[in-house]
Write a protein that binds this ligand. Structure first.
Ligand SMILES: [Zn+2]
Ligand SMILES: [Zn+2]
Length: 347
């Protein structure tokens, strides 16, 4: 089969590789679309080294059609449209024993620790395979993974019907939180970023949200004014791989200062650098910091919302390329992060 393979960091190219062997509890999926994630960009640049082992077929966000099912698989049939939750947990560690799978100490992801969906075929454990109703497009099906991240963060933070929220970071994760949150709350949504183009992508999907470019507007002062001094109920930090600069904007501290007394800050950005916060600002508010990693059962929520039409991620898709052009996709995301949000790869 054909697959896009990373053999050295910074390069991805098509190769002829062995088709995956179908295990008894697995299904073989013919991939239709895969999506380039922020994590894929880090993998591509070698920033997940030594976790990632080369050669690697990346891709943990993908959807396709079942080609073949393993001998023990009873609930899935060839021809069905599916997407895959790429998380493989051990089921034995302390976190797994209490059902806290995203915190599994030996968590593995298809497309990061194992070969993934930038290929014609992927083999996946049947219990991680989710059926997608036929009327949902293959493109949207490939976005279920990233959308489930937004639903998981909303669930972790306990987002409720009328909550006002701040999302710091209008990248892939910030937009997935935005899309998920829009299906839950009718409160005010404020989105902050440093790139006007990114904020414009989010506004084009939801003209009623408030966007702030933090290079021009102080988000804390702005939010205080907007909420009559109260602050937001929940602030999500979705900046990603941030390198803090002394005296410059600090996303987590901004979130703490933007919430109401008793409010919550939900952190998702996977930076390798410490984020400086002033504890008393948290203590004065008796606030909570909640962490959210990957997803846990939210695939069904995302598929359900797509099915009902309450979720429409059309504006998140800023480009569609053929799998053969994966290198170009990665380069576009690096060169023009404002214009490019989700690039889909057609397999
Ligand atoms: Zn991802
Ligand atoms: Zn575990």
């Amino acid at each position: 089969m054909k697959a896009a393979v990373i053999r050295e960091y910074g390069k991805i190219a098509m190769e002829e590789v062995e088709k995956p062997v179908l295990l008894d509890n697995n299904v073989l999926i013919r991939v239709k679309y895969a999506s380039i994630c922020g994590s894929d960009q880090h993998i591509f640049k070698g920033e997940f080294h030594p976790r990632t082992k080369l050669p690697l077929i990346p891709g943990h966000e993908f959807a396709g059609v079942i080609e073949e099912v393993g001998r023990n698989v009873k609930n899935l049939t060839p021809g069905e449209k599916v997407t895959v939750d790429p998380i493989i947990w051990c089921g034995k560690c302390a976190a797994c024993k209490v059902g806290h799978y995203p915190a599994c100490t030996s968590l593995k992801l298809i497309g990061i620790d194992l070969d993934g969906g930038f290929a014609e075929y992927v083999s996946a454990p049947s219990h991680m395979v989710f059926k997608v109703p036929a009327h949902i497009s293959d493109e949207y099906a490939a976005l279920v993974e990233i959308l489930s991240i937004g639903f998981h963060a909303s669930a972790r933070a306990g987002l409720e019907k009328h909550d006002d929220i701040l999302i710091v970071g209008s990248g892939k994760v910030g937009n997935s939180i935005l899309h998920a949150a829009k299906t839950i709350t009718d409160g005010r949504i404020i989105l902050a970023d440093i790139l006007d183009e990114r904020l414009a992508i989010a506004s084009s999907a939801f003209p009623d949200i408030t966007t702030i470019n933090i290079t021009r507007t102080d988000p804390v002062a702005f939010i205080k004014e907007l909420t009559n001094g109260k602050g937001v109920d929940i602030a999500f930090e979705a900046v990603g791989h941030e390198v803090p600069i002394a005296g410059k904007f600090n996303p987590v501290r901004t979130c703490i200062n933007a919430i109401k007394g008793g409010g919550k800050v939900c952190v998702l950005g996977l930076s390798d650098h410490p984020s400086e916060i002033l504890m008393k600002e948290l203590i004065w508010k008796e606030a909570r910091i909640i962490a959210s990693r990957v997803s846990h059962g939210e695939f069904s929520k995302a598929i359900d919302a797509l099915d009902k039409g309450t979720l429409d991620p059309d504006k998140m898709i800023t480009g569609v390329l053929n799998l053969e052009d994966a290198q170009n996709g990665f380069e576009l995301l690096e060169k023009e992060p404002g214009k490019n949000l989700k690039i889909l790869l057609k397999v």
